[in-house]
Design a protein around this ligand. Structure first.
Ligand SMILES: Nc1ncnc2c1ncn2[C@@H]1O[C@H](COP(=O)(O)OP(=O)(O)OP(=O)(O)O)[C@@H](O)[C@H]1O
Ligand SMILES: [Mg+2]
Length: 270
């Protein structure tokens, strides 16, 4: 045996992080002075008024802000569901603004996993079938491979024992985990969550947060839009919008552990 008992080996040195963002060095998302105006009658509503930031691979970013601050408008840009009035958005190095609708749809399907507040699962459809959906348009997958990938993703979210359960035969937390598996199955560059714990009770919210922290620990890039300031304690970075502009952009130096918070909750009554 030739074990090195010295704890300060080179291998134990933490990996260098870029700009202290806690992520890898690769830029997954870059916004450059993005503006989005809406014309309502004679009035121009400036929903985004020059938003710029970079998000690196492996970051878990929460986006917060009061109602009307531009969160959904921003998320629609990030999700390639809308295009800016001016400014540039690069997703995985590709400029999105100049793309045609069909190109954007393809990019969205391949690069982004969405998780919504209301799960958006197909009703009366099994967990496996729901998770297989994003792969239906992907010719690289045979039916068998699709099913295997879906089962793998469901196992990763702790639902290996609910594969054949239908949407209406699961709890809210389980449905949200199916939705997260569906978001993961394509191995997307980024996971976009919109109030993903908004419909869940406290305990279930923490269970879902535990899962997001696990994905973060595995190196996933996550953007989580929320009204709830507590969620930001569990992310690695928090961006606050106000009146369509970035008001704060802070690195979380003290990321709380959602599993600890879950364990500290009062015991559940049967
Ligand atoms: N399609 C639209 N047409 C006109 N104005 C819009 C449109 N979408 C959003 N806006 C305006 O842009 C601003 C930002 O809206 P947005 O929906 O992004 O806010 P939000 O932060 O998501 O709010 P909430 O927390 O209530 O969901 C608001 O003033 C809103 O009225
Ligand atoms: Mg909104």
């Amino acid at each position: 045996m030739n074990q090195d008992n010295n704890k300060q080996t080179k291998d134990s040195t933490p990996l260098p992080t870029r700009e202290g963002h806690g992520g890898g060095s690769k830029v997954v998302i870059k916004l450059d002075d993005v503006r989005r105006n809406f014309q309502v009658g004679n009035e121009t509503v400036k929903a985004l008024r020059g938003v710029s930031f970079e998000i690196h691979e492996g970051e878990f970013v929460t986006i917060m802000g009061t109602s009307g601050s531009g969160k959904s408008t921003l998320l629609n840009q990030l999700g390639c569901l809308d295009t800016p009035t001016s400014g540039e958005y690069y997703l995985d190095g590709v400029s999105v603004r100049t793309m045609r609708r069909s190109q954007r749809a393809r990019l969205r399907n391949r690069k982004i996993g969405f998780v919504f507040q209301n799960y958006n699962l197909l009703p009366k459809t099994t967990a496996v079938e729901n998770v297989e959906l994003p792969l239906m348009y992907n010719k690289e997958y045979s039916a068998k491979q699709r099913r295997e990938a879906a089962i793998e993703a469901l196992k990763a979210v702790g639902l290996g024992d609910r594969l054949e359960h239908k949407s209406n035969q699961m709890s809210g937390g389980q449905m949200q985990r199916v939705a997260i598996a569906r978001a993961l199955v394509n191995n997307p560059a980024v996971i976009l969550a919109d109030e993903a714990t908004g419909n869940l009770d406290t305990r279930t919210s923490y269970e879902v947060l535990v899962l997001f922290q696990k994905l973060h620990a595995e190196g996933r890039t996550i953007i989580f839009v929320t009204h709830n300031p507590d969620i930001a304690k569990y992310s690695s970075r928090n961006i606050v919008l106000r009146d369509g502009k970035i008001r704060e952009d802070t690195i979380n130096e003290n990321i709380l552990n959602a599993a600890d918070a879950l364990a500290a909750l009062p015991a559940q009554e049967d």
